[in-house]
Design a protein around this ligand. Structure first.
Ligand code: PEP
Length: 251
């Protein structure tokens, strides 16, 4: 099964509108890199301008979070209906959302269904903490995060999963390619159990955690790694272009 790889940039809570526009300009030509799905995920306030900048180009735009309800008294939240006006993808369950905003697997199950209902392609983030890793709990944590979020429902269309070990995010200490492969293969085995082998084979699984232009090729050489979710390096246009090109070259 051939899975089109993904280069996804999570800009987190960074930059002004002017800086977001400059970053888009610096990424000129990224949409012409063949055989990769490029996804840019700016802050909510930057979404309209980033969407307009890439209108008609082969670039997907993702929210970094969303609420489950289409509207209502949820001050400070963004609904899937609102997000779908400016984005076609959504990142769900990033470890910073889990850690600082108490998102749990049950909430993510609802968010996945909401994404499906509003035609937003979800990137579901999973990954173990440092303590869980030290206690050899990585596989158990990934099994729980994936199976609870998916529940008994059919897979949301286009489902993408990002394996992001918490200890590797923003630390400069990436997982080894072997560690990434083992975790991604485990995630695919959980998908096989929950969704069946045929569907599991189509789900793209990304590695995320201190990815840079020098280490991306080694991750892409792993059979179950289908791309990268990139934080810090996605804020530097040259670095993200180089990562995207390396992902394309790995095909
Ligand atoms: C992330 O925030 O999803 C991430 C992987 O960050 P970084 O690339 O900076 O480790």
């Amino acid at each position: 099964m051939t899975r089109t790889p993904i280069a996804a940039g999570n800009w987190k809570m960074n930059g002004t509108n002017a800086e977001a526009r400059a970053l888009c300009r610096g990424l000129a030509g990224i949409d012409a890199i063949d055989s990769v799905d490029v996804v840019l995920s700016p802050s909510f306030t930057q979404l309209p301008l980033v969407r307009d900048f890439w209108r008609g180009a082969n670039v997907h735009i993702a929210g970094q979070n969303m609420h489950t309800q289409p509207s209502g008294a949820y001050t400070g939240e963004i609904s899937p209906v609102q997000l779908a006006e400016v984005a076609d993808w959504v990142i769900l369950g990033h470890s910073e959302r889990r850690q600082f905003f108490c998102e749990d697997d049950q909430a993510l199950a609802l968010k996945l269904r909401a994404a499906e209902a509003h035609s937003l392609t979800p990137i579901l983030c999973v990954g173990e903490s440092e303590a869980e890793r030290e206690n050899q709990r990585t596989s158990a944590v990934l099994t729980r995060q994936v199976s609870v979020a998916l529940g008994d429902s059919p897979a949301p269309s286009g489902l993408v999963i990002a394996y992001e070990p918490v200890w590797a995010i923003g630390t400069g200490q990436a997982a080894t390619p072997d560690e990434a492969q083992a975790a991604c293969a485990h995630i695919r085995s959980v998908l096989t159990e929950t969704l069946g082998a045929e569907t599991a084979d189509t789900v793209r699984i990304l590695y995320g955690g201190s990815v840079n232009p020098s280490n991306i090729a080694d991750f892409m050489a792993q059979p179950d790694v289908d791309g990268a979710l990139v934080g810090g390096a996605s804020l530097q246009a040259d670095a993200f272009l180089a990562i995207t090109q390396a992902i394309a070259d790995s095909v």
